[in-house]
Design a protein around this ligand. Structure first.
Ligand code: ATP
Ligand code: MG
Length: 1086
């Protein structure tokens, strides 16, 4: 939004005249007076049209504050009092809005304030262009490149405490929005001779002093330096301290700036190491040494410094030492080494120092460029800022001054070309150019070339040139000029005459560094130094001479000039008010001199005489066509006619403008200013108009849209409300309908109910009637029936009486018996039927049996139980196999024989009768025994045979076959005795719980010779049973089994009594047998 503000103008509160074009009367005196008046009032800027004159105030003025920046931002050039910001703003806006590349040319002599001006331009542009983190970083880097370059490229001179000793041209690049993208810096020929020697009252480059003052002890130690300036030959001592300059603080600023610009810590360190090496190079000194062959040689006086340099740079000490003592010349595959004398050695040392420093400087510029270069490849708009060393005249002027002044001359030329050309004659000063060419020619010429031969040649060629003066020239004009020494020549520059000492021109132009030295440097392990001397690489030996310093400079200046000509120039002409670097002093004569040589007065005249502004018709019409109805918005016809119509319409005085072939010329800047103002106002009107139309259109479309929407909404709403109403009516109708229907239905119901009730009443009445009728009838019938029944009963009774009377005698005889039988039959029947349901399970051991219901059926009940038991036993037996049957038979036999007779019996019931406990057929031990027996073995068991003599037991195998009883040895299976079953007469045993039994043999039989056997066995019951059964089946005689606690046995001739004594617990639970005497054998049973 445009600020509502009071229109100010250049003319408001003006001190003197702000624009020299308006100066009246115009002459040198009034010009200087005007400048002075303004200067005294701290108005250091004055315009000549669009050129800004800046007078160095030598003090800081409060006119560069951010508020000032805001004031000048986007304001018309002539609107506010003259300021460098106005020019910067104009240039920046023209770059941004009109897409014109700009260059800002700052000229003036040394100390006039060029460098300061360039920084002000940069800071203004930085302040007004785009913002944002990225943009700010770019800006910061661009701005911080200044302190770095100034530290290394500026020095105190007699003219300026911060004199630029190099030329600098910086392109700041912008994108289409006017945001800075980056920049490129070009540097021009650093005055490197200053490294090794400074004129009286001047200093070396700032960085040396800054380093020694500002570095920490630690850093100094690392760099092997001392803080004392006087320790270094290369530092001039008389002006080591500059008033108002804090070298230490500046050192910190520089290091900080390096960091911001993007130097890595190790890079900054490397740079300082090179600086230290240069300083220390100056301390290397040589002493002469004569050799036998008459040649002069030099020797390094004190090798300590050399050693330290080598340590710093990583060069082999011997290599560097050799490079200082020898010079190798290579020509046509030949290498010739010559020794250096002391002078040559010093020359080599200084050349090395100068080269190191100047190459380091170029490297710094490249390194900064790398950091600040634009990152994008988009099309860029460029604003170039040129700050070159100013024109200077010293007491002794040498090659450097020549070069510097040459450059300034070129710039002046371009100024004249671009501003005065059309009205002024060409201002040609070709002589400096020519001198440089000649110097080159001389340097490349074979044969001995010295500064003198060069001067001679100059004298010959330039003798007649009007701006060249020399005593040796043929021209008699200067033959008697004693102010001009023989070894000098003088040139009349645009800014004054300068006398140059010819000494050193050739050398400095050649800029010779012995190859041995560059090779030594290349061998350094210090990567920066190595990179600075690429030609030292033996693989890249180039025998061609490098271009001379002069030709290099000439070429770079030529490219610069070409570049500047493609851009829209903006001039800042700096003027130095005094030679004392002091504030408030305005030296008229000094200023007058500068005004003259800068041609400022002519500049004003040209401005006034000519037209201040010109512009081609097309852009002019395009820019101002809105100021006239005919040309707005489109002019159909040639542009010139359009502009004519436009200017006629605006009614400017006719003398204020004139129509050229392709351009319109405007005499007074104020006319243009007025035009601009009109345009601005018109633009505002137009903007209002466009806004108005746009707002109207916007409101209309919005309204139409609202209207359309309203109709749609209304339609929808109506539909909705009608639907709702319809629904309401519909539901009401349904309610009413239902009420009516209900009412009707109820009415019908009522009628129906009434009808039904009537019918029911009729039926009820009828029913009651019929009931009454029926009951009456029933009563009658009952009466009738009762009557009949009474008759029948009476009749029956009568008949009964008659019959009973008749049959009484029969009944008494039979009926009672019959009834009793019948009743009994019924009871028995009932008993059996009930029993059928109460039968217990079929298991023979089930003891359950239902209770007896009638006492008189007691015996029947028992009998039934018995029959049932027998029946179920039979059923059970029927399931047996033959085997099982045999076993049970045996068990039964055993029970018959021993039950309730022998106490051992119950324990045998559970035992299965296996018979053959000993498996003779399987044991190979008994093979013989097996073979000896042919019959079936019924019992095979180990028994204890009681010794007849002492009652002790011995194991025997007891075998029972169908016919025999056999005893065999348990171990060998050898048969000991064999008794046919027919010879066994009896078996005796106790009634107790022991396994002793005696087998009695028939007297006189063969087996009985030793007597009866007495055994004890665990399976006594089984053995006895089997023996019994086998004997029975074989002999058909029952074996006698005697159960008694005392029985007699026949042992040989003796009859011995075996007596069982119970309760003798002497041997625990095992029965023991003891022969007491030949009549008694006692068995103790537990
Ligand atoms: N606008 C200014 N405001 C205050 N002081 C200024 C201004 N311009 C210049 N100076 C002072 O003048 C001194 C010299 O200015 P500057 O270094 O810009 O000169 P120069 O033209 O670049 O000289 P050279 O050609 O030697 O580099 C500055 O160090 C500063 O002290
Ligand atoms: Mg400068």
């Amino acid at each position: 939004m445009a600020k509502m503000e009071v229109k100010t103008s250049l003319l408001d509160n003006m001190i003197g005249v702000g624009d020299m074009v308006l100066l009246e009367p115009l002459n040198e005196e009034s010009f200087i007076d005007n400048l002075k008046k303004r200067f005294d009032h701290s108005e250091i800027y004055t315009y000549i049209g669009s050129v800004v004159i800046s007078v160095n105030p030598y003090r800081s003025l409060p006119i560069y504050s951010p508020e000032k920046v805001e004031d000048y931002r986007n304001r018309n050039f002539y609107e506010l009092s003259p300021h460098i910001f106005a020019l910067s703003d104009e240039a920046y806006r023209s770059l941004r809005d009109q897409d014109k590349d700009q260059c800002i040319l700052i000229t003036g002599e040394s100390g006039a304030g060029k460098t300061e001006a360039s920084k002000l331009v940069m800071s203004y542009v930085a302040a007004v262009c785009g913002k944002g983190a990225e943009v700010n970083q770019v800006k910061e880097q661009l701005l911080q490149s200044n302190p770095v370059l100034e530290a290394f490229g500026n020095a105190k001179t007699v003219r300026n405490d911060n004199s630029s000793r190099f030329g600098k041209y910086m392109d700041i690049e912008f994108d289409f929005k006017g945001d800075p993208l980056g920049g490129v810096i070009s540097n021009y020929l650093l005055e490197k001779s200053r490294v090794v020697k400074q004129p009286r009252g001047e200093r070396n480059f700032h960085i040396f002093y800054q380093l020694l003052s500002g570095a920490s002890e630690d850093l100094l130690n690392k760099l092997k330096l001392e803080r004392d300036f006087s320790r270094y030959n290369y530092l001039s001592l008389d002006s080591a301290k500059v008033n108002g300059v804090d070298d230490a603080a500046n050192f910190r600023t520089v290091r900080n700036a390096m960091q911001i610009v993007g130097f890595m810590d190790h890079e900054a360190q490397s740079v300082l190491e090179v600086i230290a090496a240069v300083l220390k190079l100056g301390n290397i000194e040589f002493k002469p040494e004569s050799r036998v062959n008459g040649l002069d040689e030099s020797k390094i006086k004190d090798k300590n410094e050399l050693k330290e340099i080598c340590e710093l740079t990583g060069i082999d000490q011997s290599v560097l030492e050799r490079a200082f003592s020898f010079r190798t010349v290579e020509a046509k595959q030949e290498k010739v080494s010559t020794t250096l004398n002391v002078a040559q050695a010093y020359y080599a040392r200084d050349a090395l120092a100068k080269n190191l420093y100047s190459r380091l400087f170029s490297w710094l510029v490249n390194r900064i460029n790398e950091s600040i270069k634009a990152q994008t490849k988009v099309r860029k708009k460029v604003m170039g800022v040129l700050d070159i060393y100013g024109f200077e005249i010293f007491e002794d002027n040498s090659f450097e001054q020549f070069i510097i002044n040459y450059c300034n001359e070129k710039l002046q030329q371009i100024f004249i070309e671009l501003t005065l050309k059309e009205e002024q004659e060409e201002y040609i000063r070709e002589n400096t150019n020519g001198i440089l060419a000649m110097l080159d020619e001389e340097c490349l010429r074979p044969g001995t070339v010295t500064d003198d031969t060069f001067l001679e040649k100059l004298n010959q060629v330039c003798a007649t040139h009007q701006h060249f003066e020399s005593r040796m020239s043929k021209c008699s004009r200067f033959l008697n000029d004693t102010s001009l020494p023989h070894s000098c020549f003088r040139i009349q520059h645009y800014a004054g005459k300068v006398m140059y000492q010819v000494e050193g021109f050739v050398d400095k132009n050649n800029d010779l560094l012995y190859r041995d030295l560059s090779q030594a440097m290349w061998k350094a392990s210090h990567s920066l130094i190595k990179a600075l001397f690429p030609e030292g690489n033996p693989a890249k030996i180039n025998l061609k001479r490098p271009p001379t310093a002069g030709s290099q400079f000439k070429a770079s200046v030529a490219t610069l000039m070409k570049n500047l000509q493609t851009k829209n120039p903006n001039y800042i002409r700096c003027i130095k008010p005094n030679d004392k670097k002091a504030a408030h002093i305005f030296n008229d004569a000094l200023v007058c001199h500068q005004i003259r040589y800068l041609g400022l007065l002519e500049n004003v005249r040209v401005r006034r005489a000519g037209y201040a502004f010109r512009q081609a018709y097309e852009p002019c019409l395009e820019r101002y066509k809105m100021l006239c109805k005919q040309t707005w918005p489109h002019w159909k016809g040639p542009a010139r006619a359009g502009v004519e119509v436009l200017f006629n319409e605006l009614e400017f005085p006719v003398e204020e403008y004139s129509f050229g072939r392709s351009k319109i010329f405007i005499r007074n800047p104020r006319t243009l200013f007025k035009l601009e103002d009109l345009r601005k106002r018109r633009l505002e009107d137009l903007a209002t108009l466009i806004q108005k139309i746009f707002r109207g259109w916007k409101c209309r479309t919005h309204f139409l849209l609202m209207k359309k929407s309203q109709i749609v909404i209304a339609a929808w709403y109506r539909r909705y409300s009608q639907q709702k109403k319809y629904q309401q009516i519909k539901s009401s109708a349904i309610v009413i309908q239902s009420f009516i229907r209900g009412w009707k239905a109820r009415k019908i119901l009522r009628e129906l109910k009434h009808k039904k009730r009537c019918q029911e009443a009729v039926t009820t009445i009828a029913a009651f009637w019929h009931g009454t009728q029926a009951r009456r009838e029933l009563r009658r019938l009952k009466e009738e029936a009762r009557n009949k029944h009474a008759i029948a009963v009476i009749w029956a009774y009568w008949l009964g009486l008659k019959v009973r009377r008749e049959y009484r005698k029969f009944f008494r005889a039979n009926a009672g018996k019959k009834i009793y039988e019948f009743t009994l039959q019924r009871i028995v029947q009932k008993y059996f039927l009930e029993m059928k349901n109460k039968m217990p399970s079929l298991s023979p051991i089930d003891k359950n049996w239902p209770a007896r219901p009638y006492l008189f059926l007691d015996s029947t009940h028992k009998e039934l139980k018995r029959i049932f038991h027998l029946w179920r036993c039979k059923k059970y037996r029927d399931q047996f196999t033959d085997q099982q049957k045999l076993i049970y038979e045996e068990k039964l036999e055993a029970s018959e024989l021993f039950k309730d007779k022998k106490a051992l019996y119950p324990s045998s019931v559970g035992q299965p009768f296996q018979g053959a406990y000993l498996e003779i057929s399987k044991d190979p031990k008994y093979k013989k025994l097996k073979d000896a027996i042919e019959e079936k073995i019924i019992i095979a068991e180990v028994v204890n045979k009681v010794n007849r003599a002492n009652g002790k037991c011995a194991s025997r195998i007891f075998l029972l076959t169908n016919n025999n009883l056999l005893l065999a040895d348990q171990k060998s299976g050898h048969i000991k005795s064999e008794v046919p079953l027919g010879d066994v007469t009896k078996v005796s045993m106790s009634s107790q719980n022991d396994g002793f039994f005696a087998v009695h043999l028939k007297e006189g039989s063969g087996a009985a010779s030793k007597g009866d056997f007495l055994f004890s066995s665990d399976h006594l019951i089984e053995m006895a049973t089997k023996l019994y059964r086998t004997t029975l089946s074989q002999t058909k005689q029952k074996l006698n089994i005697e159960i008694s606690d005392e029985f007699l046995v026949q042992f040989r001739q003796d009859k011995v009594c075996v007596k069982f004594i119970q309760g003798n617990q002497k041997n625990g639970s095992v029965p023991t047998c003891k022969r007491k005497n030949n009549r008694l054998l006692e068995v103790a049973v537990p």
